[in-house]
Design a protein around this ligand. Structure first.
Ligand SMILES: *Cc1c(COP(=O)(O)O)cnc(C)c1O
Length: 476
């Protein structure tokens, strides 16, 4: 009563008296079930947050004047689950990628092959022979099998695996060029995205940039004239995410190699995506083919493990044995090396290339090799099955439209494989609302919006996930 007399808004403090205690909220059956999953510390914290929200909402007239304590307890226990899901939404979850962007960096780049998934769980998630030689019982070399596969698939003498291609570039330049000059064409001073800019990486590595030629044309003599006693290597960078077309020129890689070697210099190629074989059949004839660079005499080549290779995040370095050994012995390698999980997934991925089943086994290559006709047939079947499964009339309308997929991951910028898109629309929901609903489903479905319509591209949806996609649509 004392409180009421002091308050200038007596009805408000009356309302606040209805606020449930933390204890009361935690004793509801819903809270007890949630508590079993998340632990009592988390539950107490959530209950406090929920009650403080209720206090705010009571003050803001969110509740009817006659609201009871029981109703507030029920509301609080409902909000516990909402708070928890808001807190955990940033945790890693599987999603269905219906965007048609095959190597989608925001969605985890390459989905793994079945063999890679099994190797992760069965071979590497417990104890394993990471640095243990099962023949001798002595210490073994990390990643030996993955490196052997990589060397044999690229024709290189030796290989080394680090955290990602950015790390590979930094490491190679640090070991081979720190304190000296690196010659690079002005047409290759690129930004790959996510703040990875070749000139900045060069500065960090302690090497000095010596740019030659012009944006569109660089000649062999430009490289030749730049050579001094400070020069350590020629750097070739694949301008992954754009193309200069028209009046362009660059020396053949083999010419560059001959020039470099005549001056006792090395050639290092940052190939980015890099294909292990010619991907013309998959529509990607323009991508650098790693074995070709090695055959042309390039001393070191690096590329990503989770772009066109279709494996896990990693930076793959292949090249001359003596050069790779210099890199392996550098202290920085220890800071950039990868985990057993990465080796396991890479071994399985590389083995698919080695037994020549990569196009059917590696999801990235399989998705890219799907023809427009195959996707049209799958999409038509999906729409027909969805319509047939509607027991009651639904407002969700699916349709088919002609469209294009995207390779993504900064690979093959000019290539947009033809596809069939499934349009998804609802008379009462805008495209952005529908897109958000799909995104908050379980599992989240990520589509794209084209001409104010939500569209799905089944190119990037695994056949096994089509049923889940249909279920999510039903639930809208
Ligand atoms: C993608 C790319 C990189 C960076 O590779 P990550 O594996 O993402 O670190 C470096 N260089 C080139 C040319 C690339 O295309």
């Amino acid at each position: 009563m004392q409180f009421m007399e002091k308050s200038e808004r007596p009805d408000l403090s009356d309302k606040f008296r209805l606020l449930p205690s933390v204890d009361a909220v935690m004793r509801t059956p819903e809270a007890e079930t949630l508590g079993c999953h998340i632990g009592s510390g988390n539950l107490t914290r959530l209950a406090r947050n929920v009650i403080s929200d209720l206090r705010r909402d009571l003050g803001g007239d969110k509740f009817a004047p006659g609201v009871t304590r029981e109703e507030l307890v029920a509301e609080a226990s409902r909000r516990l689950a909402v708070h928890w899901s808001n807190e955990t939404i940033s945790g890693l979850r599987r999603v269905i990628n219906a965007t048609g962007v095959v190597i989608h960096t925001n969605l985890g780049r390459a989905p793994l092959s079945d063999a890679a998934r099994q190797a992760l769980i069965n071979e590497a998630s417990g104890y394993c022979n990471l640095e243990y030689d099962l023949r001798t019982g002595k210490r073994g070399r990390r990643g030996a099998r993955a490196e052997e596969l990589l060397a044999s698939l690229t024709g290189a003498e030796s290989a080394l695996i680090v955290n990602n291609c950015a790390a590979a570039t930094f490491l190679v330049l640090t070991v081979l060029a720190a304190g000296g000059e690196v010659v690079i064409s002005r047409g290759e001073l690129v930004e790959i995205g996510g703040d990875f800019r070749i000139p900045d990486v060069l500065v960090q590595s302690g090497a000095t940039l010596r740019e030659v030629g012009t944006t569109n044309r660089t000649k062999l003599t430009d490289y030749k004239n730049a050579v001094s006693d400070q020069t350590r290597l020629f750097l070739k960078v694949h301008p992954s995410n754009y193309r200069v077309i028209g009046f362009t020129a660059a020396p053949e890689v083999s010419e560059l190699v001959t020039l470099a070697h005549a001056h006792g210099l090395l050639v290092y190629e940052d190939a980015g995506s890099g294909a292990l074989f010619d991907l013309t059949n998959v529509g990607l004839g323009d991508e650098p083919v790693i074995p070709r660079s090695i055959a042309a005499g390039v001393d070191v080549v690096s590329f990503s493990g989770d772009k066109l290779l279709g494996g896990v995040q990693s930076g793959l370095i292949v090249g001359r044995r003596d050069v790779i050994e210099r890199i392996r012995r550098h202290p920085l390698y220890r800071a950039l090396r990868v985990d057993k999980l990465i080796y396991a997934a890479l071994e399985a991925t590389l083995f698919a290339f080695s037994r020549e089943t990569a196009v059917s086994e590696i999801p990235v290559l399989r998705m890219l090799s799907l023809t427009a006709e195959e996707i049209r047939a799958r999409s038509a079947e999906f729409v027909a099955a969805f319509d047939a499964s509607q027991t009651k009339p639904t407002s969700l309308k699916l349709g088919l439209i002609v469209g294009q997929s995207v390779v993504g991951g900064g690979s093959a910028p000019g290539v947009q494989p033809a596809t069939t898109l499934i349009s998804v629309s609802h008379p009462e929901l805008s495209a952005t609302t529908l897109e958000a609903k799909l995104r908050s489903a379980s599992p989240p479905v990520i589509g794209r919006i084209e001409n104010d319509t939500v569209v799905f591209d089944l190119r990037t949806v695994a056949v096994d996930d089509e049923a889940i996609l249909a279920d999510v649509l039903q639930s809208i």
